[in-house]
Design a protein around this ligand. Structure first.
Ligand code: COA
Length: 379
């Protein structure tokens, strides 16, 4: 008797050495390191190295990785032209998805007929190139849609610094860059989540890396996945004041609405990324002297815990962190995609190292077989 697991919930679709999401315990591990151990001790670039090569880098390896990423930041002219000509009201995730897809047009390395070692080297290079460029595409689009200049690439900055510099056209504060760096670390990978699965399904057909990351970006965009962080801010703005939270939440629950940023498909207890982001959100809001949003958020979180036994997830507090950093709301999911590109590319390389096609079955529940075709003139 075949097992039907809608959405493959609870099904182990593959093995991975990259990250371990322990839902029952509320633990997230990157290649042997609990994220609580990594936060405050390693940079995003060190995590990228960990995911791609299985080890944290030495000082020399870190400098080398930084240089390699920085050298890949320039976009092909065709992609720049697309960014400049894209509709100003486009969803930035659509621009990133199209931009990454376009990058494939400018990759002139052969993608077939290579031996395994050559293919791995070429794909590692592609992983590096895409990871370095996603943030540039996102930031440049934000500049272009406002009619602002595109700041020249700066090879001296870290990934987080560089994104903020391109987005705002000025060097970020140390606090802003460090905060975003931690957010990048926390978003770098997360087991077989929907977008990672989609990247793995795509690459498993032995198509190209650009197609796999394009699939992942499109998947992340949805409000049940990465898009939830933006929805959190719209919800806080709609509630508007701490005094309205209880009525708003009760009303939403009565209408069986999902409260954005609450609950998780895997964590049955606390999402281990949330407390780090919560601490940063509180610090930033207090520094700004604007505690209204965090107070509303804390009340929602408390009510949802009391009423439904559900916890706030990564998106709940990352939304407030980004808001407090002054980042545009529709750039929240793009930021998630920038950080997660490290995980997606690592998973794609892992998938290719021991490939199998993903081909689940479906149970047919349509009309019983045996219908006869009626000539079109008589239908
Ligand atoms: N608001 C209100 N109720 C919620 C909820 C939410 N955010 N998340 C889950 N629930 C409810 C479910 O409807 C279900 O209720 P029921 O038993 O009465 O049917 C119950 O809580 C248990 O749900 P669960 O099985 O744990 O979650 P799920 O796997 O169905 O859904 C999510 C997981 C992430 C899709 C869901 O929590 C959600 O939509 N959250 C909001 C979007 C979000 O923040 N996404 C980002 C995730 S990182």
């Amino acid at each position: 008797m075949p097992i039907i697991a809608k959405g493959l919930k609870g099904i182990i679709a593959n093995t991975t050495s990259l990250s371990d999401v322990r839902g029952a315990e509320g633990i997230l591990v990157y290649a042997g390191y609990n994220i609580d151990e990594l936060i405050g001790k390693v940079s995003y670039e060190e995590v990228v190295h960990l995911l791609w090569y299985g080890e944290l880098p030495t000082a020399v390896q870190l400098v080398q990785l930084h240089e390699e990423l920085a050298n890949q930041r320039e976009l092909p002219q065709g992609v720049l032209n697309f960014i400049l000509s894209a509709p100003r009201d486009a969803n930035p995730m659509d621009v990133i998805r199209t931009g990454v897809s376009m990058l494939g047009l400018y990759d002139h390395e052969p993608s077939g007929n290579q031996n395994q070692a050559e293919l791995l080297r070429a794909n590692r290079h592609r992983a590096l190139s895409i990871t370095a460029k996603v943030g540039v595409i996102a930031a440049y689009y934000h500049r272009a849609r406002q009619g602002k200049d595109l700041p020249p690439i700066d090879k001296n900055l870290t990934e987080a610094e560089h994104f903020l510099y391109l987005l705002n056209g000025e060097m970020p504060t140390k606090e802003a860059a460090e905060t975003l760096d931690v957010a990048y670390v926390l978003h770098a990978d997360h087991g077989m989540n929907a977008s990672t699965f989609s990247a793995r399904v795509t690459i498993a057909t032995l198509t190209d890396l650009y197609s796999a990351i394009t699939s992942a970006i499109g998947t992340l965009k949805g409000p049940l996945h990465g898009g939830a962080n933006e929805a959190v801010i719209y919800m806080l703005q709609e509630i508007g004041d701490e005094s309205r939270v209880d009525d708003w939440v009760n009303n939403a629950l009565e209408q069986k609405k999902k409260i954005m940023g609450i609950g998780h498909a895997v964590y049955q207890t606390l999402d281990p990324r949330a407390p780090h982001l919560r601490t940063m959100a509180i610090t930033l809001c207090e520094r700004l002297g604007e505690t209204k949003w965090i107070r509303i958020a804390e009340r929602i979180s408390l009510l949802m815990k009391e009423k439904k036994g559900l916890n706030a997830n990564v998106d709940f507090y990352s939304a407030i962190v980004y808001y407090a950093l002054g980042l545009p709301t529709d750039m929240f999911t793009p930021i998630f995609s920038i950080a997660r590109t490290a995980g997606w590319t690592a998973h794609v390389l892992e998938q290719l190292s021991d490939n199998n096609l993903y081909r689940p079955l479906s149970e047919y529940v349509g009309p019983v077989e045996g219908k006869k075709v009626i000539p079109i003139s008589q239908r």
